[in-house]
Design a protein around this ligand. Structure first.
Ligand SMILES: *[C@@H]1O[C@H](CO)[C@@H](O)[C@H](O)[C@H]1NC(C)=O
Ligand SMILES: *[C@@H]1O[C@H](CO)[C@@H](O)[C@H](O)[C@H]1NC(C)=O
Ligand SMILES: *[C@@H]1O[C@H](CO)[C@@H](O)[C@H](O)[C@H]1NC(C)=O
Ligand SMILES: *[C@@H]1O[C@H](CO)[C@@H](O)[C@H](O)[C@H]1NC(C)=O
Ligand SMILES: *[C@@H]1O[C@H](CO)[C@@H](O)[C@H](O)[C@H]1NC(C)=O
Ligand SMILES: *[C@@H]1O[C@H](CO)[C@@H](O)[C@H](O)[C@H]1NC(C)=O
Ligand SMILES: *[C@@H]1O[C@H](CO)[C@@H](O)[C@H](O)[C@H]1NC(C)=O
Length: 510
């Protein structure tokens, strides 16, 4: 049923690069050394143990890599699997082949070249990457590193042998004694406790957060088509706790998913999590001050909005572990104002945009979720060339948000330091919501309703982010998956662009 809904291929047309232009702004973002209050006895962050990230307005997280000694600033993206940079890399060897990756927002194409990569202290000789031409959308020295499974790599698909493997596969294969793990900890720029930008490590954990490895191992749910694989797992039953402390009733649209659980993808390239409409309603629809409306500013379109001083507490559960979400992440301040000058905020866990839809998962937990959990992905036998008896891949999540500290942050940041308490009653849960998504027809109708409004982009031009992604089947012989990025709720500047669906092909998948 959902297959008909596939991929109204992404939206937006904001070029990848609008966003990348902002890297410059983020470079000057000073990182203060204030303390981060962490959960459950986690120690204060010590010296950095991995590659530092830069946080651009909580909408983009970048790190630096070098290729043949040339430094490049790349977006970290667990939703795609290719490395590209814009600008020529001195001495890079040309493979004679080209590759393209189409993202929801923008795309990239160019010759596949090889150069010596340095990333997180690792050196990889002859790493394959796409060398894109520099243009307004692809500023020189910038790019993206895909951290998804190798099976999703366009370059690997083209080269078709291990020399075309994705960077992490190369690192894992070069050092069999190191675990096949990737870990990511994202910071929050408006966290009064510590605007920590974030950190990424390969083959080891971040100092002070070692016991992520003793968290429950969440098995990676395999896609029905292995080349469409994402880092995805199941939520617990009753695994989304709403603002009243009660579970939000859910129902998966993924074939074969257990009743009452949802399939969630962890994607560091998506700023606003994409959740089923009934879940977004269960989170925000309970607040009398919230409204699901057409936000014309920036061309955002239909979305939940609410006053910025509403504290929305929600919790996700995976493997029996509760992950409280910081209220600064649920009620997202993107600097929006009504024409009369009144500020308003946006529900960050937004109804999944049709462009981000797939029959393989129900939701995409992007940055606003990942700021609350230290993510470890063990690639297991997803590493190219690994023997079939290598362990299965799994995901571990360590909660890092303390509800009481987060509440204090919210009071300081949004309530001017005065904990006035929230003196409103939540509206009753809408009984009808529960079944919305269990009925394929109504779901499909719902999605159709949204088609015209699909939006993306970003409200604050300049905070624009990488958008969702697209998979493109260049070779026609093999379906590859689309790296996911942010389709952004917030759409904006693309009114003057070609309609996003011009290239919609129902057969394409995410
Ligand atoms: C990346 O390199 C730039 C330029 O050297 C530097 O300003 C920035 O802090 C670096 N970013 C990270 C995350 O190390
Ligand atoms: C760049 O990388 C390629 C491939 O690894 C290598 O053959 C070449 O010697 C390198 N050139 C420089 C200048 O580092
Ligand atoms: C291989 O991994 C081990 C364990 O993480 C590490 O101590 C060692 O330095 C790594 N070797 C190389 C060549 O990266
Ligand atoms: C993590 O380690 C700390 C200190 O050893 C311990 O107090 C805490 O319970 C551990 N947390 C988990 C989830 O294992
Ligand atoms: C939202 O407003 C924009 C701009 O006025 C308009 O183009 C669009 O059709 C509206 N969408 C809906 C669902 O009303
Ligand atoms: C400003 O406009 C919004 C939306 O129309 C409205 O909800 C709000 O009450 C207005 N504020 C003032 C101070 O008029
Ligand atoms: C949100 O959670 C915090 C910490 O548990 C609590 O102090 C606060 O009252 C809660 N706020 C609302 C509106 O439920």
């Amino acid at each position: 049923m959902k297959s008909q809904l596939y991929a109204p291929s992404l939206l937006l047309y904001i070029s990848l690069l609008l966003e990348l232009k902002d890297v410059h702004a983020s470079l000057s973002l000073s990182v203060s050394g204030r303390r981060r209050e962490v959960y459950a006895g986690l120690v204060k962050r010590g010296s950095m143990s991995g590659a530092n990230l830069q946080d651009s307005g909580d909408l983009d997280y970048y790190t630096n890599i070098t290729l043949n000694g040339t430094q490049n600033t790349v977006l970290i993206d667990t939703g795609s699997s290719d490395l590209w940079v814009a600008g020529s890399i001195p001495g890079a060897a040309d493979s004679g082949q080209t590759a393209s990756v189409t993202y929801a927002i923008g795309d990239v194409h160019g010759p596949i070249k090889f150069a010596n990569l340095e990333f997180d202290g690792y050196s990889v000789e002859n790493q394959a990457f796409i060398e894109a031409a520099v243009d307004a959308s692809h500023p020189g020295g910038q790019g993206l590193i895909g951290l998804g499974p190798n099976s999703g790599s366009e370059i690997h698909g083209q080269i078709n042998n291990p020399s075309g493997d994705a960077a992490l596969d190369r690192i894992f294969r070069a050092n069999m004694s190191a675990p096949n793990i990737l870990t990511i900890l994202l910071g929050r720029s408006d966290d009064p406790s510590e605007p920590f930008p974030g950190e990424i490590t390969v083959g080891r954990t971040i100092d002070g957060f070692e016991n992520v490895t003793s968290q429950p191992k969440l098995s990676v749910r395999t896609d029905s088509d292995a080349v469409d694989q994402h880092w995805q797992t199941l939520t617990d039953k009753n695994g989304i706790i709403g603002p009243d402390g009660q579970p939000i009733s859910v129902s998966s649209d993924v074939k074969g998913a257990p009743s009452g659980q949802l399939v969630a993808v962890f994607d560091s390239g998506f700023s606003l999590p994409q959740v089923p409409k009934s879940v977004a309603d269960g989170i925000y629809g309970r607040f009398p001050q919230a409204s699901f409306q057409n936000v014309t500013q920036g061309g955002i379109g239909l979305t939940w909005t609410l006053p910025c001083d509403i504290e929305v507490n929600i919790t996700f559960k995976f493997g029996g572990v509760s992950i409280p979400i910081h209220p600064l992440d649920t009620n997202y301040d993107d600097g929006l104002m009504y024409p009369n000058g009144t500020k308003f905020c946006v529900g960050a866990f937004q109804p999944i945009q049709p462009g981000a839809e797939s029959s393989e998962y129900d939701m995409i937990l992007g940055m606003a979720f990942l700021r609350n959990a230290y993510l470890l992905v063990n690639f297991g036998d997803f590493v190219d060339g690994s023997t079939s008896n290598t362990a299965a891949p799994y995901i571990q999540l360590l909660p890092v948000t303390s509800p009481s500290a987060a509440h204090n942050d919210f009071v300081a940041e949004r309530l001017g330091g005065k904990d006035t308490g929230q003196d409103f009653q939540l509206l009753p849960a809408t009984p009808g919501d529960d079944d919305d998504d269990s009925d394929g027809k109504s779901f499909s109708q719902k999605i159709k309703r949204y088609l015209p409004y699909i939006i993306a982009g970003s409200v604050v031009v300049g905070l624009l982010l990488i958008g969702g992604v697209t998979w493109c089947c260049l070779r026609g012989r093999r379906q590859r998956y689309r790296p996911l990025h942010e389709p952004a709720p917030i759409g904006a500047t693309y009114e003057h662009q070609p309609p996003p669906f011009a290239s919609y092909q129902p057969s394409r998948r995410y």
